[in-house]
Write a protein that binds this ligand. Structure first.
Ligand code: IPD
Ligand code: CA
Ligand code: CA
Length: 291
C-alpha cells in the first residue's frame, strides 16, 4: 500500500505541486493519502500492542481528562511516519501541541479520540487524522482498531468505510432523529449549554446517545447510523477528520449558530443535511411547540 519514496522526492513535489501540472498534484495527493493510511495503521498497532498490558494513566486539565502512555505511543508512531515522508509539513497534535512549520500542509492529529473509553477498556475509541492544504481540509481518516472500522474521506471524492462508499441518513425531521452528543470535561454553565440542550431533546423523547468519542460520533453520522451530532466544546483534533467525512458523505456541518464550520472554534452541529436547519433551531432553543 505504501509507496517507497525519499524525502527529497516529496520535497520536490511539495515545493511545486501546481507547476508540475495536474498529474503531479494527483500523485502528490496519493502520496499524502498513503502516508495518512500508513500513519493510522502504525498508531493502531501501538494501541493494540498495549491491549493486555497495564497502562500508565495520568490526568490533564480537569478532573477526568485522562491521557495514557498509549496516547503518547500512538502519537509518536504517527508523527514519525509523517516526518519521514513530509518533514516540512506543519503538525498539530493533541499531546505534543503545535509543531509549526512554514507549510501549506498541516496534519491535525488525535492519537486516541475517546481516551476515557480506552482507559476503561471500552472499545469505542479511534485514531483521527485530518490533513489541511491551504487551510482547507483535504483528507481525513478515522480508525477504530477494536472493531476494525476504517473511515476515509477525500475532498471532492466522497467518503468510505472499509473501502465501501458511505452516505448520510435520509431522516427528515429532528423529532424522529437518532442523535449523538458529547459533554466537555469542564462544566459549561451557560444558556443553551450542554445540559440545557440535552434536556430539550430528552423532554421531547428524542434519543440522544453519548459515545465518548467525537470523531466516532462524526464518522457514524457520515455512515448514516446517527442523523445528527452536536457538541459545545471541541478542539481541532477532535473534529478535523470527522467533519470532512460528514461533508463528503453528503451531510452538513456548521457551528452552533448554523454558520460555516471551522475546526478552530469550539461548537459543532453535524447532520444529514436534511434536518440541519431544524437542528440548529433546536440547539439555539427555538424548539417547535409540541404537536
Ligand atoms: C474527547 C472525546 C469526547 C468529547 C471530548 C473530547 P479525547 O476527546 O472526543 O467525545 O466529548 O470533548 O475531548 O480527550 O478522548 O481525545
Ligand atoms: Ca479527542
Ligand atoms: Ca485524544
Amino acid at each position: 500500500m505504501h509507496e517507497s519514496r525519499t524525502p527529497a522526492h516529496c520535497c520536490l513535489i511539495y515545493n511545486h505541486p501546481r507547476q508540475e501540472g495536474y498529474q503531479n498534484y494527483q500523485l502528490f495527493l496519493r502520496m499524502l493519502k498513503n502516508t495518512l493510511l500508513q500513519a493510522v495503521q502504525a498508531a493502531a498497532s501501538e494501541i493494540l500492542r498495549f491491549n493486555d498490558l497495564d497502562i500508565k494513566i495520568s490526568n490533564k486539565e480537569g478532573i477526568n481528562n485522562l491521557v495514557t502512555e498509549v496516547d503518547h505511543a500512538s502519537e509518536k508512531a504517527i508523527i514519525d511516519i509523517i516526518k519521514q515522508n513530509f518533514p516540512e509539513h506543519h503538525i498539530l497534535s493533541e499531546e505534543c501541541g503545535d509543531l509549526v512549520q512554514d507549510s501549506e500542509y498541516k496534519w491535525i492529529i488525535d492519537p486516541i479520540d475517546g481516551t476515557v473509553n480506552f482507559a476503561h477498556r471500552i472499545p469505542i475509541c479511534c485514531i483521527s487524522i485530518g490533513v489541511e492544504y491551504q487551510k482547507k481540509m483535504v483528507l481525513g481518516a478515522i480508525y477504530n482498531p477494536f472493531i476494525n472500522e476504517f473511515f476515509v474521506a477525500e475532498r471532492g471524492q466522497g467518503a468510505t468505510l472499509n473501502d465501501k462508499p458511505i452516505s448520510v441518513s435520509k431522516k427528515e425531521n429532528v423529532v424522529n432523529a437518532c442523535m449523538v452528543t458529547g459533554f466537555p470535561y469542564t462544566y459549561l454553565d451557560e444558556p443553551n449549554g450542554p445540559l440545557q440542550v440535552f434536556e430539550r431533546f430528552i423532554r421531547r423523547g428524542v434519543p440522544v446517545r453519548r459515545l465518548g468519542s467525537a470523531a466516532i460520533d462524526l464518522a457514524w453520522v457520515a455512515c448514516g447510523r446517527f442523523d445528527g451530532f452536536y457538541e459545545h466544546k471541541l478542539q481541532a483534533w477532535d473534529s478535523a477528520a470527522g467533519f470532512l467525512l460528514v461533508e463528503e458523505a453528503g451531510g452538513t456541518v456548521t457551528d452552533l449558530n448554523g454558520r460555516p464550520y471551522s475546526p478552530y472554534q469550539p461548537g459543532i452541529i453535524a447532520s444529514n443535511g436534511i434536518i440541519h436547519e431544524e437542528l440548529v433551531e433546536w440547539v439555539k432553543g427555538n424548539v417547535p411547540a409540541k404537536s
